[in-house]
Design a protein around this ligand. Structure first.
Ligand code: GTQ
Ligand code: FE2
Length: 371
């Protein structure tokens, strides 16, 4: 006989106990423990793909119809993962979006505690000013706007520009630490020549080995953001080519790093570039933490938890925490990846596993039941 007087399921005393517990603002762990303490992460975000063929025309329509000015501020289409119940987040921890600016437009200056990165997809003529340092943006470049830094985007060219925005907004929101402030002026003053963080780094003997580390996830941690605010495509491309020539592959990965500490570019966000060599197939890997990928060049496919996602340049897709992912490309492809790895590392939550076997493909995203 146990100490507990175990009543049957239909017992009215039990029902009224549960009612009284709920009414008192309490929950009995014994009824929810399996939902909470899952054997492995169970992200609500699902693997998902947003196609450039859909994103791009919508952004172009928005350029024609929606002005960028105080009030609306930024012309941004955020990736809304269907697993997140309508919330505007790509994954539980990550904001991912397509931002665009037409000729001579400016996205008004402001600052906020969430940190952001930009990865340029297409166009020219835009610079993002970060605390007075105007950073010119060209396709394939990575630009940082660390949390707390004043920033605005200005298009001085005569064409439209499109880039990917990644933010740690869902993490900062979960920590109840979102602060936002508009700048008194539309554009903050540019306080010297353009690209000063880059010039300072180059002047100090800038060396790609310090701004990019081989592999997907650096171990170094730094509570401060990188003082280098721009990572140029020409250097990324050359570095990936060197690694490929040195026999790495079929997937060659670099993470962009803070050249002073070797840590991820922001305390909350990691950014990397992944080159799938022609005919290449990467190993099936899963990691704790979410990743948003942006296809920069080429086409190919990724198998995520058994579902095949076929992608081409400009597409964006999400690999949620602990989903198994492997990447393929016949002609070769370059994928930009944004992740939350530094947060998981800092908190002792990072795990990574390579599976012994290729996944069986059980569906194709966008076809039938798979999507
Ligand atoms: O460009 O400053 O996608 O503040 C979301 C929030 C972009 C930006 C986003 C932002 C920005
Ligand atoms: Fe912003």
């Amino acid at each position: 006989m146990s100490l507990v007087d175990e009543p049957g399921v239909g017992d009215p005393r039990l029902r009224s106990l549960y009612e009284d517990i709920a009414a008192a603002g309490l929950r009995p762990l014994w009824t929810i423990t399996e939902q909470l303490l899952t054997p492995t992460p169970r992200p609500r975000a699902v693997p998902w793909l947003w196609r450039s063929a859909v994103l791009r025309p919508l952004a172009e329509r928005a350029i024609r119809l929606v002005p960028v000015e105080r009030g609306g501020e930024r012309r941004v289409l955020s990736l809304a993962n269907p697993g997140l119940g309508g919330r505007p987040y790509a994954a539980g921890t990550l904001w991912g979006a397509l931002q665009c600016l037409g000729p001579n437009e400016t996205a008004p200056a402001h600052r906020h505690t969430p940190g952001a990165i930009r990865f340029v997809i297409e166009g020219e003529g835009v610079w993002t000013t970060v605390d007075g340092d105007a950073c010119d943006m060209r396709p394939g470049d990575l630009i940082l706007t660390p949390g707390g830094a004043w920033h605005d985007h200005a298009n001085g060219g005569d064409g439209s520009m499109f880039w990917f925005d990644g933010l740690d907004l869902p993490m900062v929101e979960a920590l109840d630490a979102v602060f936002f402030e508009p700048h008194p002026d539309l554009r903050q003053p540019v306080t010297g020549p353009h690209n000063r963080s880059e010039a300072a780094w180059a002047g100090g003997g800038g060396d790609a080995a310090r701004t990019m580390t081989r592999g997907a996830v650096t171990r170094a941690l730094d509570p401060a953001p990188s003082p280098l605010l721009v990572y140029r495509w020409a250097e990324t491309d050359a570095h990936l080519s060197r690694l490929a020539a040195a026999g790495e592959g079929p997937l060659v990965s670099v993470e962009f790093t803070n050249p002073h500490s070797g840590a991820s570019v922001l305390p909350t966000l990691s950014c990397g570039m992944h080159r799938v060599l022609p005919g290449g197939a990467s190993a099936p890997v899963r990691r704790s933490g979410n990743t948003v990928f942006v296809v920069f060049r080429g086409e190919g496919s990724s198998v995520v938890d058994g579902c095949r996602f076929d992608w081409t340049a400009g597409d964006m897709f999400v690999v949620p925490s602990w989903s198994v992912a492997e990447h393929f490309s016949d002609g070769g492809a370059d994928l930009f990846g944004l992740g939350d790895a530094p947060v998981l590392r800092a908190l002792g939550l990072y795990r990574e596993e390579t599976l012994p076997r290729r996944q069986e493909v059980t569906g194709v995203f966008g076809e039938g039941t798979a999507a």
